[in-house]
Each structure stands twice: as C-alpha cells, then as structure tokens.
Design a protein around this ligand. Structure first.
Ligand code: TXA
Ligand code: MG
Length: 327
C-alpha cells in the first residue's frame, strides 16, 4: 500500500465518499463518522436498515473520550489489553455523535483495528471512521478486496487492497455501558481472555435479549444466498441418503468418505475445511462465497465442535443457516 493511496482515501473520506479498507477481522465500508450525508451512503450501498448502528473506528485509545463518556474502568482495561485488535466496546456516546451512527441509541460501538492499512488510514484521517462490514445487508462479510467489489461494485469510491484478512470473522462486541460486561457478538477475543484481564465474569447476552441491543443478532445474518442448512455429522449422513435434489455443496469438517466416487463427486461439492479453529475461521467466508457461486441447490454445513475455541464460528454458522443460536 502506497502513501499516495492512503492520501487519496483520506481525500475521498473528507469529501464525503466511501472507502472500503481491510481490517484484521473483515473489510469495512468506511465513511467520515461526522458526515451525515456520507453515512447515509453507507446504508444505501449496503441496503441496510437504519436501525442497525455502525461501529466507529479510531486510530488509538486516546481518541476514546472524544466519542464516549462515563467510560468505566473495565472499558479502559479491555481497551489497553486488546486494542489495537478485534474487540468492539459499546459505551455511552458523547452528545455530538450523530443518531445515524448509533441508530438513535445512547450507546456507541468503538474499535481500534490492528491492520496496518486500517491503522495508516485512521492516522492520516485523524477522525473517526464509521465502518460496517463491506457487504450487502445479511450477506457474508468480505475477507478479500475482490469480495468487496463483488458485493458493492461501484457503490464504493475506493477499495484499499490488503489481501486476505488474518482473522476472517468480525470483532467480538462487548457492552460495557451497563455495569457487568456482556458479550453481544462472540469473536476471537473470548470471555476467558476478557475475564483474565478484568478478574471478573464476562457473560454472553441472553438469547432473548432485545434485538436492538445488537441487531447483528438477527437470526439470519452472515448468510449465503443459496439455501443453507447446518447439520450434525450424523444428520448429514441420513440427509444424504434422503436427498433428491442435486447438486449440493458440503462445507465439511470431516474428511471425504472413502466411497466418494466420481458419480458422487458430480452430485456433491465437498469443501473440506481445516480442523484448527483459527484456520477454519480464516477460511470460512471465502469458502461460503465459493460455494454460493457454485450453483448448487443447497449448501450443507457440517457442525463443528462446541468448545470455547469454536464459539464465534458456531455463532456465524448458525446465522449463516438461519438457525436461532443460543447466543
Ligand atoms: O470486525 C468488525 O467489527 C467489522 C470491521 C469492519 O470492524 N465491522 C462489523 O460491522 O462487523 P457491522 O456493522 O457489520 O457489525 C457491527 C455490529 C452490528 O450488528 C451492530 O448492530 C452492532 O455492531 N453495534 C454497533 N453499534 C452498536 C451499539 N451502539 N449497540 C449495540 N450494538 C451495536
Ligand atoms: Mg456486518
């Protein structure tokens, strides 16, 4: 990435344009967080309803008080421990923050990303950049510049290409505005990591929490356009025996069965995923995009382990398949 591209991006942001940029989680669709007209363009480009608030990205922790007030000690500790990085803090907003950013709520989501391009852009811009994931509403988040172009085409003025996103899943969102920290969206920063810093419990939001708490909890999100089902390994076997509509794609955790012959290969696109959680997360959205383009009748996702390391992945798999998760 050249300095001149960063300067060009800053000029576009200052003029009220949209710049897509890489973060360590997924690509964001950025606009000047103080420019209402530019912010409206984000919602139009994404076809996203206005009641879904935006995360404001900052260059460093020193900018926090410009956007949030009554910041609790726990927020400072989490920011010092995990920023720059894949953690979004929900805090009480400063009064100047535009309603379009927060969907009229009294809270604001703030994050300092780690990716060197995001960092360079934020430093050069100087202010907050509001940036949701750079995809159409409810679609899979983009983890490559090419995926951003496929999602948003000419609706974005510039895409900064930073290659593959290292993590591949969106940031952990933790609400620290109401006392005990509550996780609204699981991510690579786990409750255990946060409890370790705070020496206090950090829990997940209840499944029946009001949707406005985190509209990303909408039960169909991060989803391919092809009908997608999430099945246990056992259910997958019986599903295949009864399936009549072909071809289908399987996002597989297990290895291809030994009897997988040429005949079956014509009917089933078997996409084997890594067994390591970090690697799985890194590959997930690119794999879903690939299967979504494969013109299959259905995408079947084989369930993955249920332990701590896989919590964020399980959350996205449930949402990709429209299954109501426990989170
Ligand atoms: O990793 C990420 O967080 C990426 C990168 C680009 O930073 N961004 C991202 O943004 O995933 P988005 O808009 O796709 O998802 C942000 C989620 C939404 O579900 C939104 O409802 C929630 O954050 N959110 C934002 N502000 C909030 C607030 N004040 N209270 C509750 N939830 C909020
Ligand atoms: Mg999103």
């Amino acid at each position: 990435m050249t300095t001149s591209q960063i300067h060009k991006a800053v000029d576009i942001l200052r003029a009220g344009g949209l710049v897509a940029f890489p973060t360590e989680t997924v690509y964001g669709l950025g606009a000047d967080a103080t420019n209402e007209v530019a912010l409206k363009r984000i919602f139009i480009a994404k076809e996203r309803p206005l009641n879904h608030p935006l995360i404001v990205h900052l260059a460093n922790i020193n900018q926090l008080p410009a956007w949030a007030k009554d910041i609790p000690e726990s927020a400072i500790k989490l920011a010092e421990a995990f920023w720059p990085g894949p953690l979004t803090l929900i805090l009480t907003k400063q009064s100047h923050v535009l309603d379009i950013v927060t969907a009229g709520q009294t809270t604001i989501g703030l994050r300092v990303p780690k990716h060197p391009i995001a960092h360079a852009l934020l430093n050069a811009f100087g202010g907050g950049i509001a940036a949701p994931s750079a995809n159409k509403f409810t679609h899979v988040s983009p983890t490559t510049a090419q995926a951003v172009c496929e999602e948003l085409g000419d609706k974005v003025d510039l895409v900064l290409d930073g290659g593959d996103c290292e993590i591949g899943l969106e940031s952990t969102i933790v609400d620290v505005s109401r006392g005990e920290p509550i996780i609204l969206r699981p991510g690579m920063i786990t409750p255990e990591m946060m409890s370790g810093v705070l020496h206090a419990p950090v829990s997940f939001a209840r499944a029946d929490a009001t949707p406005i708490l985190a509209p990303g909890m909408h039960h169909l999100h991060y989803a391919p356009t092809t009908q997608t089902l999430l099945l246990s390994t056992q259910d997958l076997k019986s599903f295949l025996l009864n399936q009549t509509e072909w071809p289908i794609a399987i996002l597989a955790y297990s290895d291809k069965p030994p009897h997988f012959d040429e005949e079956l290969a014509k009917k089933i696109l078997w996409k084997k995923m890594p067994m390591d959680a970090k690697q799985y997360a890194h590959d997930l959205y690119q794999a879903l995009r690939m299967l979504d383009k494969a013109q299959v009748k259905r995408i079947i996702i084989e369930a993955v382990p249920e332990n701590q390391e896989w919590v964020a992945i399980n959350d996205r798999l449930r949402k990709a398949s429209g299954t109501k998760g426990t989170l």
